[in-house]
Write a protein that binds this ligand. Structure first.
Ligand code: PMP
Length: 319
């Protein structure tokens, strides 16, 4: 079974260690109960050469917020994590990679009151291509509303990227993939559309770009990027309550996420969206998004953090 590709290093609790040494004990608290926090970020090879991490500070800010929500005391501050991330991406040497930050409670007290368990922080990177496939990025994917709803926000905190929350996402994703679809769309407990298993959702109708309010969805960083790009392209944008049938009658539907980037949706619940192809507004936003992450858009240059990569290392192994 294929796992993530092996890299040279993992950053763990303050130092770079060899990949094969990055191990945890079976009594790791988070492994039992799911109280942990994580982030998914990407570094991209730049058109002019080199590599940049996209919106690193925003991802680290969300990580710190997730820790706050979970009452997890972070052993490192944002500056240290920023420096560690850059250091690891450079050491692993891939011009394009996915970056995973994970904060978890180590072995200590078992049971549901882990008062003194040490908090561990690790960062890993690996090359990761189009999450929903190259074909999906180009021609759109088939989505289905899952029978699993997003949890009520007062039961499971939805503004944090919390390890245990992803049981819900995996249930939804597995359900629809087993039924032959590519991705799951989840409703909230009131029956309104929220987001996908690991992406935010957008519709386009009469040129207006719409996305659900964030009552029970994650504050996606790509969602924020898309809203900015859409406005700069001259579209009206709105964050609103979105019903299931509004998806069916939209001109376009698309998903956004660090992993999924900007992926068009050509079908929802076996109904073609618009004319059943990737829509023009989606593709215009996707084009600017890809130009932005590759450093071709100076107006969005503040979102890029350069990584001092040695030009020769692993360049061709990039995404
Ligand atoms: N919703 C969920 C549930 C997610 O896991 C993700 C991925 N982090 C997103 C939305 C998209 O967020 P982002 O654009 O910050 O990757």
């Amino acid at each position: 079974m294929a796992g993530p590709p092996r890299t040279d290093y993992v950053w763990m609790d303050g130092e770079l260690i060899p990949w094969e040494d990055a191990r945890v004990h079976v009594l790791t608290h988070t492994l039992h109960y799911g109280l942990g926090i994580f982030e998914g970020t990407r570094a991209y090879e730049q058109t002019g050469g080199g590599s940049c991490i996209f919106r690193l500070d925003d991802h680290l800010k969300r990580l710190m917020g997730s820790a706050r929500i979970c009452n997890i005391e972070m052993p490192f501050d944002r500056d240290r994590l920023r420096q560690a991330t850059i250091e690891l991406v450079a050491a692993n040497g891939h011009a394009s990679s996915y970056i995973r930050h994970l904060g978890f409670l180590s072995a200590g007290t078992m049971g549901l009151y882990p008062r003194d368990n040490p908090v561990s922080l690790c960062i890993t990177t690996w090359p990761w291509g189009a999450y929903l496939g190259e074909e999906g990025l180009k021609n759109g994917i088939r989505a289905k509303i899952s029978s699993f709803t997003r949890p009520f926000p007062n039961a499971v905190m939805t503004k944090g990227k919390i390890v245990g929350n992803y049981v819900n996402s995996i249930m939804a994703k597995r359900e629809v993939v087993h039924q032959g679809y590519d991705e799951a769309i989840l409703m909230d407990t009131n029956g309104f559309v929220t987001e996908c298993s690991g992406e935010n959702l957008f519709t386009v109708r009469n040129g207006v770009v719409r996305t659900p309010v964030l009552t029970s969805g994650l504050m996606g960083i790509t969602r924020d990027t898309v809203l900015k790009i859409a406005r700069d392209l001259g579209h009206q944008t709105t964050e609103t309550i979105l019903t299931r049938d509004e998806l069916y009658i939209s001109d376009e539907v698309f998903m956004s996420g660090t992993a999924a980037e900007v992926t068009p949706v050509r079908e929802v619940d076996d109904r073609p969206i618009g004319d059943g192809k990737a829509g023009p507004v989606t593709m215009a936003i996707q084009k600017v998004y890809f130009e932005t992450i590759r450093g071709e858009r100076p107006e969005y240059g503040d979102w890029l953090t350069p990584v001092p990569l040695e030009a020769s290392v692993h360049g061709s192994a990039a995404l």
